[in-house]
Design a protein around this ligand. Structure first.
Ligand code: ADP
Ligand code: MG
Length: 212
């Protein structure tokens, strides 16, 4: 369960964004919908502890995210999986080395069995010793999903995961995200302005970006 309370953010430009209170309950998939520039990425960044809100709270289960101080990074690595808009990996590391890093950031020991299991689930097992620079866009997208589910997070966040994909791949990526979240019993929160995503996920949180 993740709840947001009285959240607002003001950028240095003076732009203010307010977010309606919500509780994203367990075992549910959610869409964060809104036009481009409405504040979807801002909200995801705040909910994942990457951007401190100007006011308000984010509570994951019993934990107030912004009271964690220097424990926040490890907390994120343990409980959250994030699929960013643009996949980024360490280019000089292989696929499995990148995933070992994800385990290490969460304070976990290397678990090669788990890495292989996740890579197999996303049809990437044959790429485990490849460098990420040698992967196709589609493979990188699947690797992003692999990384997001690796540590069995409580919540998976995805920011515009289908924005640059054609219809067929949009369907495929959504199916993967929904299946993997279901398999790991993680909640899934997807931010998008992509109308094609609407049918796949029923719960909707609207961001309107209205400055006040
Ligand atoms: P969305 O993800 O819905 O497209 P964003 O959350 O990226 O929207 O942006 C919301 C608003 O905040 C936009 O008007 C954008 O220009 C502004 N904004 C986003 N990031 C910054 C930033 N780092 N500095 C100043 N303004 C920003
Ligand atoms: Mg965005």
């Amino acid at each position: 369960m993740i709840a947001i309370e009285s959240l607002a953010h003001t950028y240095p430009t003076g732009q203010q964004i307010h977010f309606a209170d919500a509780t994203f309950t367990d075992n549910e998939n959610w869409l964060i919908l809104g036009d481009s520039g409405s504040g979807k990425s801002t909200l995801l960044n705040i909910m994942t502890g990457l951007l401190s809100p100007t006011s308000g709270k984010v509570i994951l289960n019993q934990t107030d995210l912004y009271k964690l101080g220097n424990k926040l990074d490890r907390f994120r690595a343990q409980y959250m999986g994030i699929v960013f808009q643009k996949p980024y990996f360490i280019q000089s590391l292989t696929v499995s080395e990148n995933l070992k890093l994800t385990q290490s950031l969460a304070g976990l020991k290397t678990n090669n069995h788990r890495i292989l299991e996740v890579l197999e689930g996303l049809a990437l097992a044959d790429k485990k010793t490849s460098y990420t620079k040698d992967l196709s866009v589609g493979q990188l997208q699947r690797l992003s999903i692999a990384r997001a589910i690796l540590n069995r997070p409580a919540i998976i966040f995805a920011d515009e995961p289908t924005a640059s994909l054609d219809d067929r791949n949009t369907e495929r990526v959504l199916e993967l995200l929904i299946n993997q979240a279901g398999k790991e019993k993680a909640d899934l929160i997807v931010a998008t302005h992509d109308k094609r995503v609407k049918d796949a996920i029923t719960n909707i949180y609207l961001v309107n970006g209205g400055s006040q």
